[in-house]
Write a protein that binds this ligand. Sequence first.
Ligand SMILES: *Cc1c(COP(=O)(O)O)cnc(C)c1O
Length: 432
Amino acid sequence: MGTSNNRKAVSLRCCFGRKAYWGSLELHIHPDARAVVRALSPDQPVILNRPHAAARAARFFIEKFPGRSLYAVKANPSPDLLRVLWDAGVTHYDVASIAEVRLVRGTLPAATLCFMHPVKAASAIAEAYHIHGVRVFSLDCLEELEKIRVATLAPDGTAPEDLTLCVRLRVSSEYSELSLASKFGCDLTEAAPLLQATRQIADSLGICFHVGSQSMSPFAYVQALERVRAAIVEASVLVDVVDVGGGFPSVYPGMEPPPLEDYFGLIARTYESLPVSYSSELWCEPGRALCAEYNSLIVKVERRRGRDLYINDGAYGALFDAAHVGWRFPVKAFDAYGNDNHADAACEPFSFYGPTCDDMDHMDGPFELPAGIGSGDYIEIGMLGAYGAAMKTAFNGFDEAEVREVTDEPMASQYLGNRRDPRVSDNVVSLR
Ligand SMILES: *Cc1c(COP(=O)(O)O)cnc(C)c1O
């Protein structure tokens, strides 16, 4: 089915003369990865988009988070995903660079942008404020506050009266798989003077933090909010926004977090007890949780050597986290005809080598795959929507990838309420 459509997608991509984003074109829709392999017999990796899964995640946050949800664009900046989230009701976007500001403004002209990187170039602040209508900025030191103050002055030197400034507090990353504790955030001991100085300039004063990515316990947020409480009490300032940041988890092999409702419930209860302004707002900035289920990737096995499989994507492609932080992703294998030719074989642990000539292009896994898998077979690697697409580079000439849309469900989900029993789920949860 759809040979001509397939060809159309390819030629469209060539016309644009650049690498396709993860989903920047009108895409031919297939039921699943097997159907894509049958249709394309692809020699390049194929990125699969699941708009229904991203829309479901967005609706979940909008309906259940007890405040406003901002999408953290860096997790996956694909314009197609941005449009899916917008259509599902996400109106606010956490951007961290002037390129992200321009991208989101160009893709979603009516979106509200919040520039939440605490260390920015003065020119980026000025362009964001004066040209793109950005009114929300974060900071973690007096120097950055002064930068924001100067960059947002009108040409006649008038100070703006519409700034929301969020002071980033350093909090613990002890419950998270990826720490964000050391680079940004002011210590509690420095927070009071910074909050007081920011209050002088901000129309609306916020406090934000990030508990680290893939936070495996809701108590991370309780602990961080207790630090927010201490900062507010110490500074005795009126606070208008409490922003609990990102860190909301997705499901991966060996990482099955509690339901997100548990996070939302504890955050709501702790927030309600904070000494904040009567009209204050609660915000969050999920990245991973909104996009992890959006993409999977089809790779081809080019060679097998013992328990190592040489595949055509890797550390410099969408598998950065698999290589550099040992992240495990769920996998499914099938042959060139999309059949489960090894369905009866027992699974064994495999590692992957990526396509570049670099020894570091190695993904330990282990990835549980049928014992008979070999050259010419295909593997679908799931849950790559967050920090997968965003990390792809052109190193060694391996940046080609087709993009297709599929309608089946992601290999795991926080939003379906049908998690498999960990002991029988093949690749979704560690067997160890
Ligand atoms: C990366 C980042 C996020 C998103 O984090 P996730 O762990 O993907 O949810 C949110 N806010 C800020 C400031 C970030 O740097």
